[in-house]
Design a protein around this ligand. Sequence first.
Ligand code: APR
Length: 229
Amino acid sequence: MKKKLVISTGAGMSVESGISTFRDAGGLWENYPVMDVCSADGFARNPSLVHKFYNERRHQLVSVEPNAGHRALVDLEKDYDVYVITQNVDDLHERAGSKNVLHLHGELMKVRAIDDDSKVYQLEPGELDTTPDTVIDGHHVRPHIVFFQEAVPNFEPATQIAHEADIFVIIGTSLVVYPAAALLQYVKPGTPIYYIDPKPAAVPPGVTVIPLGASAGIERLKELLKAQD
Ligand code: APR
């Protein structure tokens, strides 16, 4: 029976693929005020700007590749039952080959019907751009992204996965956005927790901090896990 290895990733996971983080950019996202392009109010105020922002991010995403860190997590599936819970909206974990990926903040390559949350559509590489006038399957659509001020529907299933972890790993997140940052609290007491981040945020005592970038940090993690076996 393989141990359950649960890995919670943030924007730092995609840095080595060339995608910038949120807070290293001084709170601006590709030069846009975040609340203009990633909040319910911002979307209501100027939907065209929000569509444009995510169109630009999709074009960037299809031009980059998963990095060695993403691939190292896939490699861990040989020895562990791996579950990835990510705050990232990119599809780099999936493109690297991770089988179990749960997105807390939505998925950039998907849109959903404005009048029916259950109708979600995958955008193909040739049709990355949407506008407020785009209609799919008879519905006007919006980015399938959890905006600030909106609920995080996948948080509850994520807490279940975290609770079942035999080993819990946090990679590349500043742990400032809730509820994602609270996942740590759902891990069973006594479960080994590792945190990989070159500029780690404060974490509770007992967490093993690996102050490295994602790919180097995961290699270090593998050494530590092997030593535990
Ligand atoms: N490898 C690993 N981590 C890195 C690297 C790297 N090469 N470079 C930077 N980091 C770390 C930073 O030190 C920081 O702790 O990645 C983290 C990025 O933090 P944020 O930019 O705050 O990203 P994240 O924590 O994922 O943001 C959470 O906030 O803006 C919202 O919805 C958005 O999902 C996002 C959420």
